[in-house]
Design a binder for this molecule. Sequence first.
Ligand SMILES: Nc1ncnc2c1ncn2[C@@H]1O[C@H](COP(=O)(O)OP(=O)(O)OP(=O)(O)O)[C@@H](O)[C@H]1O
Ligand SMILES: [Mg+2]
Length: 355
Amino acid sequence: MSITTTVNPLIQPLGEMPPDEVVFGRTEAMQAVRDRLSKLAGANVPVLIQGESGTGKDIIARMIHANSPWRTGPWVKVNCPAIPGTLLESELFGYEKGAFTGAYGTKPGRVEMAHRGTLFLDEISELDLGLQSKLLQLLQDGQFCRIGAQEDKKVEVRVVCATNRKLEQEIESGTFRADLFYRINVVNLHMPALRERASDIPDLVDYFLNYYNRKYNSRAMPISDELMARLGKYHWPGNVRELENLIKRYVILGDEEVISSDLAPRETDFFNAEIPIDGQISLKKLTRQAVRELERKVILKVLQAHHWNRKQSARALSISYRALLYKIRDAGLPSNRSVRRGTAESVENRRIAAD
Ligand SMILES: Nc1ncnc2c1ncn2[C@@H]1O[C@H](COP(=O)(O)OP(=O)(O)OP(=O)(O)O)[C@@H](O)[C@H]1O
Ligand SMILES: [Mg+2]
């Protein structure tokens, strides 16, 4: 007899995770994260994970779920900026038939899907003020209302939020509700930047090297002591993600030069700098460095010209939104402009479909 199961695309598998000893390493800052995580995971309290891009917020959120009493329940992740503003409310809270033009049936939202599980709200600062109030209600009394519904519904859900912005600043500028901040910030986890845990770099390198060697059926050699020392001193604007990408490139291209050129100090004006012609010159390395630097400059200019609207910038650059996100991270550019968006900029402009 065959059994048909309905797979809900909103309830995602937790996915592959590096082993705990790799994730937490040995530094004090990460041991503090581990301690806190072990204490909070069992209690159904909201958690706010803060930290720069690429520091492992996603991994930690998944670990919280995996260690919670509702670990066998649903894991529902919502990448807030990836859903167009107009859709976000119905995606989160669902709707009743006839609630708006096009609502031909009833649809439960992701909040409901996460019943007796974890709702992970990624990049929470992207929620507009209206949705922040609805989320506040959910956190206060576990109730929410589908769009167009007459009555509130009750749900039991663990809410975990993440952000790479300073929410305290957002509160000051009036774009994030202080009362919501206190609700989501019952327990706070701060993910240290990779440069603050440089002594973990050798173990991370080792792990990624083995991982990608296996994945790509490759045999890249361990990197030299000299290069490892450089990795330890580098400022890692893209944190562990940048390190991972670097090792991935090394495994695929099999050449330490690839890493060396990526570590070139980004502040220098590459194009106007003196090109050293004493000794051996690697044209390949210089060209690669120049291309990366040019790409970074162009992306930065276009982002600035479009007030950091990534959707418009991707269009202007004739690349996909996904490709732009990847390049932003890869180049160690900030993922959001630090100046807060203006109210005139429409929600529609800020939200980007399909991440
Ligand atoms: N502590 C860690 N140990 C091993 N891998 C890590 C660690 N932190 C991050 N990574 C790896 O780096 C990449 C980025 O991690 P993750 O998505 O968790 O970062 P993030 O903080 O959520 O970034 P963003 O703010 O850009 O969403 C992932 O591929 C992840 O596997
Ligand atoms: Mg993330």
